[in-house]
Write a new protein. Structure first.
Length: 196
């Protein structure tokens, strides 16, 4: 297989983002230095600077990476036949992704440590997901798979619960990410599915 410099560079960037996310979660953003991230990866600090302008930029990239997982889950949901199936698939995939191997620090933090341009970018992306989830619920109400409900409140409820997972999830814990995804999807389904 031929060497692909771009793929290697992207793999290094993702590794740095994952290491930063892990460090930010354990030590907090303000208590983590770029040296901490470099040491965790066994690279030099200049290597980190090649992929991020500064620590704030690294935090922004952590947020973006988490939102990329959200986009992947929405793509996965598209094959669902009903609104309920699409939201089940989206939630399942999202939980699998955030519990796989990324500490998802950006899901736990607010945006105050970012500059206004970065905050605006992330708010716009978050709105996109909020709108997509609400639309799946509305589609389900229309196709009869989801009972009458307030899409805004339902989305706030299940995404609030989902984004709390990185607070307590442990890869070495009792349940795997896939098992947690199954439980969450089951709870969501029982709460919103249309009644016979």
């Amino acid at each position: 297989m031929p060497f692909n410099r771009q793929e290697v560079g992207e793999a290094k960037r993702i590794a740095i983002i994952r290491a930063a996310g892990a460090a930010f979660k354990v030590k907090g953003f303000h208590n983590t230095s770029l040296n901490d991230v470099a040491e965790a990866l066994g690279v030099t600090k200049p290597t980190i600077y090649y992929y991020a302008e500064n620590k704030q930029d690294l935090l922004f990239q952590c947020h973006q990476y988490a939102l990329d997982m959200g986009e992947e889950s929405l793509d996965y949901a598209k094959t669902g036949a009903t609104g309920l199936e699409r939201i089940q698939r989206a939630l399942f995939k999202y939980i699998e992704l955030i519990t796989h191997d990324f500490y998802a620090y950006s899901l736990l933090s607010d945006l105050k440590d970012l500059n206004e341009t970065q905050r605006t970018t992330l708010r716009e992306r978050r709105r996109y997901f909020d709108t997509a989830y609400r639309q799946m619920i509305l589609d389900g109400v229309r196709d009869g798979s989801i009972r009458e409900c307030d899409p805004k409140l339902v989305t706030f409820w299940f995404m609030g619960a989902t984004n709390a997972i990185p607070h307590w999830f442990n890869n070495a814990g009792e349940l795997s990410g896939t098992e947690i995804a199954e439980v969450y999807v089951s709870l969501l389904t029982e709460a919103i599915k249309a009644r016979d």
